[in-house]
Design a protein around this ligand. Structure first.
Ligand SMILES: [Zn+2]
Length: 271
């Protein structure tokens, strides 16, 4: 009964636009807070986490120019979306927020990382490599800027445990992003250069809603195609059969053509 009442209160408050973190603060009780946290959808948590990173980065203005949700065209003509770019006299920081919970196990040198949650293991594509391609497209856009001035930062939720090795750039908790950026204290660009770089990125940013919609459609089409294959028990990469396998991280569904094909079934509710 208490749970039903609480759930009703939460539903009403959410409808009124009161966010869970605030509600948790209002309620103040730790266990209740944790229970509410578990009830939040991953998508909602992701939004909340991203908003928090945004607020922190916005708080660094005016010395740091924050550009959000940038969509640019790659050399090959594809569209690519970048969460946050911070342009400052101390460098250009490309921040990718990842909404994965549990334990993340990753090696900077391998394509596939693992997420361990509720005793199950899922694969995720090396986010450091993913963000490297974001940095790459900005380098392509700004060829006159020294490549060493670009920094990649991947951020996971604060309560996600990170077990990482051989990283070449930053993979940190969302709460640490601002600290990483602030650790660069040597001016390497002039104020004019910062303004010019920021406006170049803004000019390249695709704001056309049709193209943005198309980008989303293409991403979800590719995802749906993959999912359909997986649902039919086939590997989306090589067409082999999907089988239950065990690694040192736990059970997972993988391709029968391992080790020739290293496909591992992913959890589907991530962005
Ligand atoms: Zn395969």
């Amino acid at each position: 009964m208490i749970i039903i009442t609480l759930t009703l209160i939460i539903v009403v408050l959410s409808a009124l636009g009161i966010e869970f973190p605030r509600l948790k603060a209002l309620l103040g009780k730790r266990r209740l807070g944790r229970w509410l946290s578990a009830m939040e959808s991953p998508a909602r948590k992701g939004r909340v986490g991203e908003q928090r990173v945004n607020r922190k980065l916005q708080g660094m203005a005016p010395d740091y120019r924050l550009l959000r949700d940038i969509m640019v065209r790659t050399r090959s003509g594809r569209t690519m979306q970048i969460d946050h770019v911070v342009v400052s006299r101390y460098g250009i920081f490309v921040v990718e927020t990842k909404n994965y919970e549990g334990v993340i196990i990753g090696n900077g040198r391998t394509d596939e990382w693992h997420q361990n949650i509720w005793g199950k293991v899922y694969e995720l594509y090396n986010p450091e490599m993913q963000n490297k391609s974001h940095v790459g497209v900005l380098k392509y856009l700004l060829p006159e800027v020294d490549a060493s001035l670009f920094h990649s930062i991947v951020a996971f939720p604060d309560d996600t445990k990170l077990v990482l090795s051989n990283l070449s750039e930053y993979v940190v908790s969302m709460g640490a992003v601002r600290r990483v950026i602030a650790s660069y204290t040597e001016p390497v660009l002039s104020g004019d250069e910062v303004t010019r770089i920021a406006s170049r990125i803004e000019q390249a940013n695709i704001t056309d809603m049709e193209i943005r919609k198309q980008h989303k459609t293409e991403v979800s089409k590719a995802k749906a195609l993959r999912r359909a294959k997986v649902l039919s028990g086939k590997c989306p990469i090589c067409g082999g059969n999907l089988v239950r396998r065990k690694s040192r991280y736990g059970w997972f569904i993988g391709c029968s053509n391992y080790p020739a094909c290293r496909y591992i079934k992913q959890k589907t509710n991530h962005k």
